[in-house]
Design a protein around this ligand. Structure first.
Ligand SMILES: [Zn+2]
Ligand SMILES: [Zn+2]
Length: 224
């Protein structure tokens, strides 16, 4: 399998393609590939049984498609952990260079890397790392931009996009930590929240790229 195909499958996986169809537009944006080339590649992947493609809806990952990309996903995320922990990489740098390593590292190297890192559960950006060739159970997360003022939540994951990662890392926000929303300005204005005693303000657009577990919802469910 060429790295190009793996990249497509990986994007479909990352965009939730196990549960729902991922639109061509999303794939085209994520891979920075022209829509016509995306359609062409998706037709091929569909023919090979790696995805099931439905016109106007998009692509879902099949079992075969998952099997074909899960090891690359795992490799990518483990390299990210290594690069940040041991080589002082930034969020963005780790994501970018892990993309190079994920395709060349043989399975035994990835297994030993996993052991060396003491079997991390998540990548530095909060994605759950697959284990035993299985996709991790997805948590029911919501976008930070959908929270209301005063609500508390835990940041679980941020979307892995180079410029966004730089922006978010500069803001000082931390993954796996609780926040309380202070304000969300009208007309998709800036979003401010409190984390670890610091007030952090980010753009509304960035807040749509951050996935959180809302604590209010959990307590409501517990109360039932
Ligand atoms: Zn990444
Ligand atoms: Zn990551």
């Amino acid at each position: 399998m060429t790295s190009n195909k793996e990249d497509y499958l990986k994007v479909i996986y990352e965009e939730g393609g196990l549960e729902q169809a991922v639109p061509n537009k999303t794939i085209s944006e994520k891979l920075d590939v022209a829509p016509a080339s995306v359609s062409e590649m998706l037709a091929k992947l569909d023919k090979q049984g790696l995805i099931s493609y439905e016109a106007y809806k998009g692509s879902r990952l099949t079992e075969a498609g998952l099997a074909a990309c899960i090891d690359v996903v795992r490799s990518h995320e483990l390299w990210e952990v290594f690069l940040m922990r041991h080589l002082g990489y930034s969020w963005r740098e780790a994501h970018e260079d892990a993309h190079l390593l994920e395709h060349v590292a043989p399975p035994r190297m990835v297994d030993r890397l996993d052991a060396f890192l003491n079997y991390p559960k998540t990548c530095p950006h909060g994605s759950l790392i697959p284990q035993n060739g299985q996709a991790p159970d997805r948590l029911h997360l919501m976008r930070l931009s959908n929270l209301s003022e005063g609500e508390t939540a835990v940041i679980h994951r941020v979307v892995e996009d180079g410029t966004l990662l730089d922006y978010l890392e500069r803001s000082g926000l931390q993954i796996q930590k609780a926040i309380q929303v202070l304000s969300i300005d009208d007309y998709e204005g800036p979003v401010s929240f409190l984390q670890d005693g610091n007030t952090i303000t980010i753009s509304f657009k960035a807040a749509t790229q951050i996935f959180v577990e809302c604590q209010n919802i959990i307590s409501q469910e517990d109360g039932q």
